[in-house]
Unconditional design. Structure first.
Length: 433
């Protein structure tokens, strides 16, 4: 079976599981995202999202409803063990859960193991040993480069190398955890020396997160044809950025304090198997662009390596919240605006022998569409702060203010399949200390 082939849980004739709680079928069969949650007053445990409920895999395992080999992994407090499974074992567990949920005979046993999501606390799904952020959104890279180098926005290496850097894993937080405005060095153009204080140009970045599954030994690269086997799943990622700190510090080594203060992720891991129906062909490169070098080139990856996701960013200001307004959409666009595939960034990351481990997180970098309606950051939408963005109620923004809440959403869709979401990724900006 090729990595991109759907399995039997994606049969279009079987589109839903039995609604155990209400006796009817309305849960999409394609999903089953994993997460780590705490029931009210309980300890952290592994679960899967089923509509507005969470099925407790810890309890399923201890009740003997899952194969014995999976029980120790499902009773852990993180997903690292499940992420490390082989593709065959991941599918076996997925099929077992599908069988349990699609057979009404199991309803009486499963009902007590369901928790209302609204009553639960969601945590980081895995222990994140390492986090690396890439820069594969070519329209974002072009827009940012144009602000600094109008005649040459993309540097010569961009179309040969999946550009990335090592980020900070310790400050990654799940959706809902507030963001404290960072304090640091910035040097306004009119100042003779840098100032220290709260960031005045705080921004969001619309990204996809890629969870690493089975790792590779130190010194052993991951071939492009095998890269998908090392991807456990996907989430949304907001890699918050202090643009004023970044402009001052990024030369010669790149981002540091401008990025490390916090990143926010959606807490559910949408597995590679769930995403299998939503993997269209990678868009062809523009005429004149170089072909990927051989170690990054694979026909199957080009034919099925993109992601059929529509991404959007919304804002909810303090004034909007006080009026009871709905969040305002800032942008929307497809994930196909990634110049490199997920498999290419995994392969490139390991091409020098770097060892990736289960639970490592990779960021795609900001994903922007070619036009303003799909820009993935405020620095693009406001043209570096020169053109304020009009919001409901007469407000405007160039960069984020205290009390602003940013919400990222994504939906996967494909003909013949029910669409699935990646869950919200949201956080509110709090004042600096």
């Amino acid at each position: 079976m090729n990595w991109w082939t759907t399995d039997e849980t994606h049969d279009p004739a079987r589109t839903s599981w039995v609604d155990i709680a209400n006796g009817h079928a309305d849960f999409p069969i394609q999903n089953l995202p994993y997460g780590v949650f705490s029931p009210a007053g309980g300890e952290a445990r592994i679960g899967v999202a089923i509509g507005d409920r969470i099925l407790d895999l810890f309890a399923c395992a201890t009740a003997g409803m899952l194969p014995a080999a999976f029980a120790p992994l499902c009773t852990a407090g993180t997903l690292n063990g499940l992420m490390a499974l082989s593709v065959a074992d991941r599918r076996a567990l997925r099929h077992r859960l599908s069988d349990l949920l699609s057979d009404p005979a199991h309803a009486d046993r499963l009902m007590p193991l369901l928790h209302h999501t609204a009553d639960c606390t969601l945590h980081l799904p895995a222990h994140i040993g390492d986090y690396s952020d890439f820069y594969v959104g070519i329209h974002h890279a072009t827009n940012i480069g144009r602000q600094f180098r109008p005649d040459n926005p993309l540097l010569p290496n961009y179309k040969y190398v999946p550009i990335g850097y090592h980020g900070r894993a310790s400050s990654i937080r799940p959706s809902g955890v507030a963001l404290r405005r960072p304090v640091g060095q910035r040097k306004p153009p009119e100042a003779d020396a840098p100032l220290v204080g709260p960031s005045a140009r705080l921004d969001y970045e619309l990204e996809l997160g890629v969870w690493i599954g089975a790792g590779n030994a130190l010194g052993t690269p991951i071939p492009i044809a095998q890269a998908a086997d090392h991807v456990a799943g996907f989430c949304l990622l907001n890699d918050w950025s202090a643009r004023d700190f970044q402009a001052w510090e990024y030369q010669p080594l790149g981002p540091f304090l401008s990025k490390s203060f916090q990143s926010t992720i959606s807490p559910w891991v949408v597995t590679s198997e769930a995403m299998a129906p939503f993997r269209p062909a990678q868009p062809p490169r523009p005429a004149g662009d170089p072909a990927p070098l051989p170690y990054l080139s694979d026909p199957d990856d080009q034919a099925h390596g993109a992601l059929g996701l529509t991404l959007e960013v919304l804002i909810l200001t303090a004034a909007m919240r006080a009026r009871g307004d709905a969040p305002f959409r800032l942008s929307s666009g497809p994930a196909s605006n990634m110049y490199w595939t997920v498999q290419q960034i995994v392969t490139h990351h390991a091409s020098n022998g770097c060892n990736l481990n289960p639970g490592d997180l990779l960021g795609s970098g900001t994903i922007s569409a070619p036009d303003r309606s799909g820009y993935g950051s405020l620095i693009e939408l406001s043209v570096g702060g020169k053109e304020p963005i009009a919001l409901p109620g007469g407000e405007s923004r160039t960069f984020l203010e205290d009390g602003d809440e940013i919400i990222l959403r994504a939906q996967a869709s494909a003909p013949g399949f029910m669409p699935i979401g990646l869950g919200e990724c949201r956080a509110m900006v709090m004042p600096a200390l």
